[in-house]
Design a protein around this ligand. Structure first.
Ligand code: FES
Length: 144
């Protein structure tokens, strides 16, 4: 093999490796991007989340508290309404990992979109959704 051909193959392999590397790293970076957390417990069967806890760059607040068995994702919809989902895998009750675009189970690989809908099995049931009311400047989640 002549040296020009060898150099061409070497450069081509580097380019391919770069493209593959970027396609693997970009989703991982998105998944590692900081999420917006808010600490709030249950009081009288409700969790109160101030509207101000939503920052401009994100449409999601993850509610966590030691009194909650599972975190709750509150998602702002395009029409400015809100939905809240329990981050518990419906397959075998494992806590889900939130990313900016999905909820993922580390046990057997189930995933859900931001509407709580199963996007990857083995889970077959969508996430539990809590009723919500917005009262003044507070999102009130009925933690049933
Ligand atoms: S417990 Fe989540 S996929 Fe099995």
């Amino acid at each position: 093999m002549n040296s020009e051909r060898r150099a061409f193959l070497k450069d081509t392999c580097k380019l391919c490796a770069s493209i593959v590397g970027i396609s693997i790293v970009l989703p991982a970076i998105e998944g590692c991007a900081p999420l917006n957390y808010y600490s709030a417990g249950v009081s009288n069967g409700k969790i109160n989340v101030p509207l101000a806890s939503f920052v401009e760059e994100t449409n999601m607040v993850i509610v966590k508290d030691k009194s909650l068995n599972y975190q709750v994702a509150v998602i702002k919809q395009k029409d400015n309404s809100f939905r809240a989902f329990e981050l518990k895998c419906t397959h075998q009750d494992n806590a889900l990992i939130a990313t900016k675009s999905s909820f993922v189970c580390s046990l057997h690989g189930s995933s859900y979109d931001l509407n709580g809908k199963v996007t990857n099995t083995p889970a077959s049931t969508n996430l539990k959704e809590f009723p919500i009311e917005v009262i003044n400047e507070t999102i009130q989640i009925q933690y049933l």
